[in-house]
Structures are given as structure tokens and as C-alpha cells.
Design a protein around this ligand. Structure first.
Ligand SMILES: [Ca+2]
Length: 444
């Protein structure tokens, strides 16, 4: 605990002591109780800062490690051949998007929609911060510019590609890079025609910031939707920690516009549409890493490798589990991909003890034999649903599920079936590893 924190805590406790004898009514008593609880929590949750006193609440973060498409709930893909996954020590697994030469517009680059925003609590979807890291190839050809991911609401196909936002059909708030590496806004808002450039989307270079090729940059956007019919929304951009755009009195929704923030539109390509936008050389690329969503300004948003610890590793498995003789159930938590658990017929159940105390978890990985698309659901030891993938149709190297953080000591897994041609004809359930990851918010 630093000195400021110590001082603050002691002041708070003295104020509680001062208040306590005068608690004549229930409201005051409640207030004292809350203050006392806050004081107890302080060493764990408070950090002091000169600029942004509120601790950011991280709602979601992920990288591009195996199974990311399932965890990101990705759909509406474009350009699936144009990316590869690479690894960075600090930022984790990231995606590198490579652009074909002389291709502009959505036929180049890579894109998808991520539905993770829908999983967040309802009240937070009207004011969100999207944070990520982006790096351009050292000799990147800027040309006239290109698109970068942002938040949006996609109704009736969505307002992108010169569509006309009317306050009822959603918004989009991607970025662009511009011809000298500047960062530009690229907004589709109902009143964008009133802005200086009334063509496709509202594009304006941010103040005092340029991308340096070869360097990771950190961009954050805040979308705060307006009250329908009132011009009280906000749009802000921070680049490498510095506020570079701040639009107030923004209208995203008309009186009839009831939508909330819907998804991350991961879109990157050169353009524009014609050749003037297209790269002249092959091999231009852009890297994207460490996406996260917050409900307050994420002051510290360099993620650590928080998901590296598998809470299920070498933990005891309880309950009556069936196993084939040479493939005992302990093989799913031994950390070895060449050992497996096998049991015949559905459903199969097992329960893993994660620790003596409750653990907050937000991700489950199942490594199936032969890439089988097993179907399953997970519940806590006391029966609360963690995640339901009983309709799963995707197998592969790993079946990865992420979910809203939940606290539990035990995780129960019920394998209910299997989908597709690679499944065992004799209904064998064969799983090499089961991994459970914590949602601990190491965000230094
Ligand atoms: Ca194993």
C-alpha cells in the first residue's frame, strides 16, 4: 500500500468512527456499513492517479490465441485468407492482416463482426470504451488511407460503405489511417451531412497524432450514445494515452432510435474503392492486438498474460466418472496433449475442483481428440450455468468458450454429444485436455 492510500484509508476509517455513534436511522447505518466495506476493500481495489481517479472496469478482453473465433463470437467474415496469428511477449497472440497489391475496398484486407458486446450487461452498452493496439509494417504504404476497427450497431445491414444513417438504423465508429499516417475519425452518424465533408462517413484527422510504422500504438474510443432525441452523446478518441478527439452533443439515435452499442466491427482494408486507394506493392500488413472493452476510461490498458494460468491444471477431479482403462480422467488435467480421457456414450460428466477458495473464471478450453466438435455445458459446483454449448458445431485444435466472469470453487462439465463426421461412431468421448482460465484483471 502506498502512503497516499494509507493516509486515505486512515482518514476514511476515522470518519466512519466519527459517524458511527450518530447513526440514528437505517439509512445512516447502511451508509456506515457501505463505507466500512469500501475501507476494507481499499488495499485491493484503489489506485491513485492524477488524471483519472476512477478505476476502470474491464468488461471484456481477449487475444487471438487458438479458439479466438469462438470466444469472440465472430461472424460475417471477409478475407479469411488474409490473416495469420502471431505472438508478442507483452501483447499476447495478435492478428496480422496482409493486403494484396492493387486491391482496394472490402475485397481486400480482413473483417468480421464480434458479438461479445451483446454479452455485456445491458446498462453498459450505451457507454463503452474500446481499446486495442495497432502496428503498421515498417515501410507501410499509406496511399490515400484505409479502415481500422471500431464499435458499431448493425441493424438492417448496418451503416457502413456510404449507407445513410437515420438515427434508427444504427451507427458505426471505425477509424481510418490517412495518407501520411494520420489517424482519422470515420463515423456514420445521422447528422453527418452537416459536417464539413458530407461524403461517405465523417472523416476528420485527429489533432497531434500520427502512426509511426513499425511501432505499436494504443487507441481507445469512447462511444456514449445520446438519449434518443437529445443531442447529448459523446465521442472521444485517445491515441497513446493522449486525448486527440472530443465530440460533445453528439446524436447517434433519433427519437425513435432505441438501439444500443451492438458489436465490434473488425474491419481493415485500403480504401475507398478505386485504384488511387490501393497499395502498389504486395506485402503491406497491419497488426492488431489486445482488444478490450471497459465501462470507464481504461487508464492502464496494457494487458498482462492473465490467461496463462490454467486453473484446472493438476487439480482433483471428483464425482463418479467413467473411464476407459488406459485413458483415465486425470489425463484431462495433466497438461500433456498426448494423453487423453476416454469414456463411452453420452452424456459424460466430470467435476474439477479449482481451488480451496472461489476462483473467478471466464474461459474454458476443451482440447478434443481428432478435432471433434463435442457438445457440452458447464455449471458451477452448486448448479449455476456457466456456459451452454450443447448446440456446438465447431471442433478443431481447441473448443474455446468465454463467458461473463463467474465465481466458483468447482466446475462441472457435461459432455452431451458430438457434431460432424469426425465423431466416434461408437460414441467415445475422448478429450486430451480441459483448461479453465481466471478472469483476474491484471492490467498493469
Ligand atoms: Ca492430457
Amino acid at each position: 500500500m502506498n502512503n497516499n492510500l494509507r493516509r486515505f484509508k486512515s482518514v476514511l476509517i476515522s470518519q466512519i468512527a466519527f459517524l458511527a455513534p450518530e447513526t440514528s436511522n437505517k439509512f445512516n447505518q447502511r451508509l456506515v456499513k457501505i463505507a466500512a466495506e469500501i475501507a476494507l476493500l481499499l488495499p485491493l481495489t484503489m489506485t491513485f492517479s492524477h488524471s483519472q481517479p476512477a478505476q476502470a472496469k474491464l468488461l471484456w478482453q481477449d487475444d487471438f490465441s487458438p479458439g479466438w473465433q469462438q470466444r469472440w463470437q465472430a461472424k460475417n467474415y471477409r478475407g479469411k485468407d488474409n490473416f495469420q496469428i502471431r505472438s508478442d511477449k507483452q501483447l499476447g497472440d495478435y492478428v496480422r492482416v496482409t493486403f494484396d497489391k492493387e486491391v482496394a475496398g472490402t475485397s481486400g484486407g480482413f473483417g468480421f463482426d464480434s458479438d461479445v458486446v451483446k454479452r455485456l450487461v445491458d446498462g453498459s452498452r450505451e457507454n463503452l470504451y474500446l481499446s486495442y493496439y495497432v502496428r503498421f509494417k515498417p515501410s507501410f504504404e499509406w496511399r490515400l488511407g484505409g479502415k481500422l476497427p471500431g464499435l458499431m450497431t448493425r441493424l438492417y445491414g448496418g451503416v457502413t460503405g456510404c449507407a445513410d444513417p437515420n438515427g434508427k438504423n444504427g451507427f458505426s465508429s471505425r477509424y481510418m489511417w490517412s495518407m501520411r499516417g494520420e489517424l482519422q475519425t470515420y463515423l456514420y452518424l445521422p447528422n453527418q451531412k452537416n459536417y464539413p465533408k458530407p461524403d461517405c462517413g465523417y472523416r476528420k484527422k485527429v489533432d497531434g497524432f500520427k502512426f509511426t510504422p513499425g511501432k505499436w500504438h494504443h487507441v481507445i474510443q469512447q462511444v456514449k450514445l445520446n438519449t434518443p432525441g437529445k443531442a447529448n452523446g459523446r465521442y472521444r478518441i485517445w491515441a497513446d494515452g493522449k486525448l486527440v478527439t472530443d465530440y460533445q452533443k453528439v446524436t447517434y439515435r433519433s427519437q425513435e432510435g432505441k438501439f444500443k452499442i451492438d458489436l465490434i466491427n473488425f474491419a481493415t482494408y485500403f480504401g475507398g474503392r478505386n485504384k488511387k486507394w490501393a497499395p502498389t506493392k504486395a506485402g503491406n500488413y497491419v497488426d492488431f492486438a489486445a482488444f478490450s472493452i471497459h465501462d470507464t476510461f481504461p487508464e492502464r490498458s496494457l494487458p498482462s498474460a492473465r490467461q496463462s494460468r490454467n486453473l484446472a491444471l493438476n487439480q482433483p477431479i471428483t464425482g463418479s466418472v467413467q473411464s476407459q482403462k488406459d485413458h483415465p480422467v486425470s489425463n484431462v488435467v495433466d497438461g500433456k496433449s498426448d494423453t487423453r480421457w476416454s469414456a463411452q456414450s453420452y452424456p459424460q460428466k466430470l467435476e474439477i475442483k479449482l481451488g480451496e477458495s472461489s476462483q473467478e473464471i471466464d474461459r474454458l478450453d476443451i482440447v478434443p481428440l481428432k478435432g471433434r466438435a463435442y457438445q457440452f455445458k458447464a455449471v458451477t459446483g452448486d448448479g449455476r450455468l456457466i456456459v451452454d454449448r450443447t448446440n456446438n458445431t465447431e471442433g478443431g485444435e481447441v473448443i474455446s468458450a468465454s463467458f461473463k466472469p463467474i465465481k466458483t470453487k468447482n466446475i462441472k462439465l457435461i459432455i452431451t454429444g458430438c457434431y460432424g463426421n469426425s465423431c466416434s461412431e461408437k460414441d467415445w468421448v475422448s478429450i486430451q485436455e480441459i483448461k479453465v482460465f481466471g478472469a483476474k484483471l491484471n492490467y498493469d
